[in-house]
Structure formats: structure tokens, C-alpha cells
Ligand binder design. Sequence first.
Ligand code: DC
Length: 225
Amino acid sequence: MTVRSPVVVAIDGPAGSGKSSVSKAAAVALSYAFLDTGAAYRSLAWLGLHRGVDLTDAASVVALLPTFHYTTEVEGDTLVVRVDGTDVTTAIREPRITAVVSEVARIPEVRGALTEVFRRLIRSTDRPGIVVEGRDITTVVVPDAQVRILLTASEDVRIARRSAELSPDAASTASQLRERDRRDAQVVDFLTAAPGVTTIDSTELDFGQTVQAVVDLVRTTTSPH
Ligand code: DC
């Protein structure tokens, strides 16, 4: 499928690569909209737990899809996420969701349905462009995006960044991050760049430099020659 307008900046990468905060800051710098696709997978996992559904049972998770009403709205500096009108912005970041979200994300019917939701949200943006971040954006959701980026960092650096964000317990952060990447990588390969995808390795870059690298790539790719 073709999504030509607005300009789509597709960014994939593993957990702890700084993808989410870098994508958000790049979107602000470019005056583009921002779509965090992981938040939708997290919201569906939240709904499943809220309804007492066994998330390891794919059929029960798929049965949730027709009643999954997911919306996002920018309020001040925050992207507010709602499921059926309930504000789940904070709840979907809790460790209990992070621990189970891969169960939901591995189900093909869920991926197909959410991909359609993402394409609709991309088409409906009122901005000149949109930064979309996730695991399969460059390969499945918008493979013909004008700008396609794989944002990586060494595993040590990703673990250090996650520990600083979440808890001082680096050992448990390390094992959780490795385990989630291992499970997620069985479903989509977000560790190698597909043909035509530019790798930005942030191992040696600070936050501002990484955002700048993304913004520079967007500007050079989209500026008229
Ligand atoms: O980026 P994140 O940690 O918020 O993503 C949450 C989960 O959703 C992650 O474990 C993998 C999954 N995911 C996915 O499979 N495909 C996407 N496009 C985005 C996220």
C-alpha cells in the first residue's frame, strides 16, 4: 500500500535504543506529528489484563480486537493514550505490561489489525509529516516511507539507558531487556536494516546528537534537489 502524503519518517529499533524519546524530539524539531506504535500493543495488553483475559491464548486476545477503541491525543507535552475513554498513558508503561506485551505482539491477527489502525492514523494527520516508531515500520507498516531508519545502540548502552530510566537494578533490567528483544525478534527482525534503510547507531552519540542525526537525514532526504 502507498502512503505518499504526508512525509513519513519510519523508525525501527530494539528496546532501550532511545527510539521513543528520539522520535518524539525529532518530530517536535520538524513540526511533524508522532506515532508511537508500541503504545498500541501495550494498550491492547492493558485491555486484556483489565478484562482478565489469558494473554497466552491467542484466540481470546483476537476476540478483544473489535472492542479495542484506542485513541491518542497531544495534551501539552504529553501524548495521552486512551482505551475506551480510560487514560492509560502511565499504566501502559508499568512493568506488568512490559512483561506481557510480547505475548500480544506475536499474534499475526493482532499485527494485521494494528497495522491498519496505524496506516489510518498516518493518513489522517494534519501535519506535513509524521514520525512513526516501532519494530516493523520500515518493513511492514510503511515500507515505502520517504525516510527509513534503524536506530540501534550496543546492548550495554541500551541496558545502561534503561536502568537509568527505570531502576538502579542493572542486572534485572539487563535480563528483562534481553528476554523481550529475544521474544520480539522472533516475530519481526528489527536488528538488521532492510535494504534502503539507514542505520543510525547511537552508541557513541548523546541524546541531542542522535535527534540531530535523524533531523539531518530527514532534511537531506526530503529537500528538493
Ligand atoms: O517500543 P515499546 O517497548 O513500547 O513496544 C512494546 C512492545 O510492542 C514491544 O515489546 C514489541 C511490540 N511492538 C511490535 O511488535 N511492533 C511495533 N511496531 C511496535 C511495538
